[in-house]
Design a protein around this ligand. Structure first.
Ligand code: PBG
Length: 324
């Protein structure tokens, strides 16, 4: 058979395949989410996230050092607040001595170069498990934004490099930017969860933080997964309001959105490979139904190929080990 073009030529050996690979993962692509618990020497596996742990500050710092030594340059902090500090104002979220603030300081002290990102949303502090303040069964926008501004300033004060609002209230990026400017935090970045969908794939995360909504769901603030154009609208608005990095979340079921956002913007795009996506791979691997290591690399490579410059993933450490 005579063929003018044979595409298999470039696939015939591992060396050739690597020479022409369009997408290459590196440790600096990853953001490692960390779940912080009160106490010391505390390390507890999250039942729905096998192999992932909630840790006290001391062990979180040790984990941060290990991540840094592996080439991972960023952590994203989430705290599991004690029940007694939860209310409907979220005021613990800007407590100078709160768990988040103490954690930020401890990490920046031990690993000053680590890019410390912090979750900004009220759900860990809410008696209702909602991302905002609740009035008459509704999650109210503007009062919540005021709380998020205080929370962001408090994280910046503690030393956070980047605040990451994950709440999906309207106008919060602009308000947070103004709050940071007014308080002279001119070096604090904002990574906006811009296209965050109301997704079932957050289930294990809510176990990890004990933050499942006490009533209803999050559909009045998080996006409808049927929508595509709206993701672009949300993202462009966040950039106009001052976002340094924008995010699409979840990742695997939203690769089309990642690509569309990537094509539409001129800021770095991140994607969050969320807890349910982690849990699915873990569960299938445990059953012997998929090869875990291969599933990790294929998933993360596809997220990067779709257009993510940064990937928040619970597989960050595993992926770096596999890449080496
Ligand atoms: C809450 C928040 C959630 C996640 C990050 N921040 C859950 C939610 O919106 O209910 C999910 C992360 C994951 O599932 O890994 N503001």
């Amino acid at each position: 058979m005579y063929l003018q073009r044979r595409n298999r030529i470039l696939r015939q050996s591992a060396a050739l395949r690597s020479l022409v690979a369009e997408t290459v993962l590196t440790p600096a692509d990853f953001i490692a989410p960390l779940f912080i618990n009160e106490g010391s020497g505390y390390r507890q596996e999250i039942p729905s996230m096998k192999g992932y742990y909630r840790m006290s500050i001391d062990l979180t710092v040790a984990e941060g050092k290990e991540l840094w030594s592996m080439g991972i340059r960023s952590v994203l902090l989430f705290v599991k607040a004690l029940d007694e500090v939860k209310d409907n104002t979220g005021k613990e979220a800007w407590n100078k001595d709160g768990l988040m603030q103490r954690t930020i300081k401890a990490i920046k002290e031990a690993i000053p170069e680590m890019v410390v990102m912090t979750d900004v949303a009220l759900d860990p502090y809410s008696i209702y498990g909602h991302d905002g303040i609740v009035e008459n069964g509704e999650i109210v926008n503007d009062a919540t934004v005021e709380a998020l501004v205080k929370m962001s300033i408090s994280h910046a004060e503690a030393g956070a490099d980047i605040v990451a609002p994950s709440d999906m209230m309207d106008g919060r990026i602009g308000a947070i930017r103004a709050g940071l400017e007014q308080n002279n935090f001119t070096k604090t970045g904002i990574m906006a969860y811009s296209a965050k969908y109301a997704s079932c794939f957050y289930g294990p995360f809510r176990d990890a933080l004990d933050s499942a909504p006490g009533f209803g769901d999050k559909k009045t603030y998080q996006m409808n997964y049927a929508n595509r154009i709206e993701a672009i609208k949300e993202t462009l608005m966040d950039i106009e309001e001052g976002a340094d990095i924008v995010m699409v979340k979840p990742a695997m079921a939203y690769l089309d959105i990642i690509r569309e956002v990537k094509n539409a913007v001129e800021v770095p795009v991140s994607a969050y490979h969320v807890s349910g996506e982690y849990a699915m791979i873990k569960a299938a691997a445990q059953m012997g139904w998929v090869d875990e290591n291969k599933a990790i690399l294929e998933s993360l490579t596809s997220i990067k190929r779709a257009g993510a410059d940064l990937i928040a993933t619970y597989f960050a450490k595993d992926a770096v080990k596999l890449l080496n």
